[in-house]
Design a protein around this ligand. Structure first.
Ligand SMILES: *Cc1c(COP(=O)(O)O)cnc(C)c1O
Length: 394
C-alpha cells in the first residue's frame, strides 16, 4: 500500500519548507520598480536583516544563491594574490575555500575532518606562524550543511585575538541563520554570508552579505571587486536601482518581508532559536535509540558541535533504500549524504530548518521508524518515545 498522498514534506537542508504566507505574499502583479510601495517595503528589510544577524553594521542584498553570496563576499574581501586561512569542517567549507582560490587568492587550509568543530588552539597556532600578518581573512562555516558540524565562532575569534593577529573573520551562516544563535557584533564577526532559502524560509534567489565598518575599511582597495559585486552601493545606495545593480528581485523581496515579519516580529528570534534546538534534540534522541540496536549513528559525537538545523545520520549500507522508502511510501523526502568519506549509501541528512514544528519533525521521525521496520533494517526500539519526551519537556 502507498501512503504518500497528502501534503509532501521536503525535509532536505534547503530549500526549506516555505510558509504559505511567504508564497502568498509573492503572489501579486509586477510592482513599479521606480517608486512607491516596493521602495518603502525594501527599506524596511534592512533593519530586520540586521536584527537577524544581531549587528548594527551593513547588509548587501544580491540576486543569487549561496554560491553567489560567497563570490560577493570574496570579491569585496580580496585583491588577487592576497592570503586567506580557511578552517574546513565539511564539504561547504571546502567549497567556499575553493571559490576563493579560483579568484587568485592564496588559501591556506586547516581541515578539521568531518566530525569535529574547528579547534581554536590550532587557529591561534596558524596565525602565530604568520608574524608578517599576510593572512587577511579567516574563513569559517558556522554550520557545515554536509557534516552538520557547528563551529564555535566566538572561540575562533578569541583565538585570533589571543594571537594578536588583525585578520578579518568571515563566516558562512547560510545553513544556520535564524536557526542557531548567531551574534555577529558580539562575536566579533566582520563578514557574514547568508541566503534566503534555508532558515529565512524564502525561495532560493537572494544572497546576503553583512559586513562591519572594519571590513569596509580594510577592503576598500580590493581589486577583485567588480561593479556587480561591489557591496558599497548595495548597502549605501542613493538610488533604488543601485541597491540591486538593476531590476530588483521584486517578488523575492515581498516574500522575504513576510518571512522576516514572522521571524523577527511575531515568533521572535530567540524563540525560533529555541524551537530549532528542541527539534534538533528530538532528532538526536531518536537516532541515539535506533543506534542501540543497529548500525545507525549521529555523525557528531559532541552535542555542542552539532548544528540545530540539520543532522547527518549514518545508516550503514541502507541510507538510499531508506530515503527512497520514506519519499515513495510516506511522502517525506530526506536529504542525501554529502561529502562524507565513507560510501554515499551510508549517510542521509534530516533537515529541521526554517518553517518546521514539532508535528513535522515527529512525523518525519515516525516515517523513518516505519521505513526501518518495513525494510528490516536493524534498529533499537523506543526512538519515538525518546523524541516525544524531548518535545514534552521543552
Ligand atoms: C546551502 C549552503 C551553501 C550553498 O548555497 P546555494 O544556494 O546552494 O549556492 C553554502 N554554504 C552553506 C553552509 C549552505 O548550507
Amino acid at each position: 500500500m502507498n501512503l504518500a498522498m497528502g501534503r509532501p514534506y521536503l525535509a532536505i537542508p534547503g530549500p526549506s519548507v516555505m510558509p504559505d504566507r511567504v508564497l502568498n505574499a509573492m503572489h501579486r502583479a509586477a510592482p513599479d520598480i521606480y517608486a512607491g510601495a516596493l521602495h518603502d517595503m525594501t527599506a524596511s528589510l534592512y533593519p530586520d536583516l540586521r536584527a537577524v544577524a544581531r549587528t548594527d553594521h551593513h547588509v548587501a542584498i544580491y540576486i543569487g544563491n549561496g554560491h553567489a553570496a560567497w563570490e560577493a563576499a570574496n570579491c569585496n574581501l580580496f585583491s588577487r594574490g592576497e592570503r586567506a586561512l580557511a578552517l574546513t569542517t565539511g564539504a561547504f567549507g571546502t567549497s567556499w575555500a575553493n571559490s576563493v582560490e579560483r579568484l587568485g587568492v592564496r588559501v591556506d587550509r586547516i581541515d578539521f575532518g568531518r566530525c569535529d568543530a574547528a579547534d581554536p588552539a590550532r587557529v591561534a597556532e596558524a596565525l602565530a606562524a604568520d608574524p608578517g600578518h599576510q593572512i587577511k581573512v579567516v574563513l569559517l562555516t558556522h554550520v557545515d550543511t554536509a557534516s552538520t558540524v557547528r563551529n564555535d565562532v566566538a572561540a575562533v575569534r578569541a583565538a585570533m585575538d589571543s594571537a594578536g593577529h588583525p585578520a578579518l573573520l568571515a563566516v558562512d551562516c547560510i545553513a544556520s541563520l535564524a536557526c542557531d544563535p548567531f551574534l555577529m557584533d558580539e562575536w566579533g564577526v566582520d563578514v557574514m554570508v547568508g541566503a534566503s532559502q534555508k532558515g529565512l524560509m524564502t525561495p532560493p534567489g537572494l544572497g546576503l552579505v553583512w559586513f562591519s565598518d572594519r571590513a569596509l575599511e580594510c577592503c576598500s582597495g580590493s581589486d577583485l571587486r567588480t561593479p556587480y559585486w561591489d557591496w558599497t552601493p548595495r548597502a549605501f545606495a542613493q538610488e533604488y536601482w543601485q541597491r540591486f545593480c538593476g531590476t530588483a528581485p521584486t517578488h523575492h523581496l515581498f516574500g522575504l518581508r513576510e518571512a522576516l515579519t514572522m521571524l523577527v516580529h511575531e515568533e521572535g528570534l530567540e524563540a525560533a532559536w529555541a524551537r530549532h534546538r528542541t527539534l534538533a534534540r528530538a532528532v538526536w534522541a531518536a537516532v541515539d535509540v535506533w543506534g542501540q540496536g543497529g548500525d545507525i549513528a549521529l555523525n557528531i559525537a559532541d552535542p555542542a558541535a552539532r548544528g540545530h538545523s540539520v543532522t547527518s545520520v549514518r545508516v550503514g549500507g541502507a541510507a538510499t533504500r531508506l530515503r527512497r522508502w520514506c519519499a515513495e511510501q510516506a511522502g517525506v523526502t530526506l536529504g542525501v549524504g554529502l561529502g562524507m568519506e565513507d560510501a554515499e549509501d551510508d549517510w542521509l541528512r534530516i533537515a529541521h530548518m526554517g518553517h518546521v514544528n514539532a508535528h513535522m519533525t515527529l512525523g518525519a521521525l515516525s516515517v523513518i521508524e516505519s521505513g526501518l521496520c518495513a525494510l528490516d533494517i536493524p534498529h533499537g526500539k523506543g526512538a519515538l518515545e525518546a523524541a516525544a519526551s524531548v518535545i514534552a519537556s521543552a
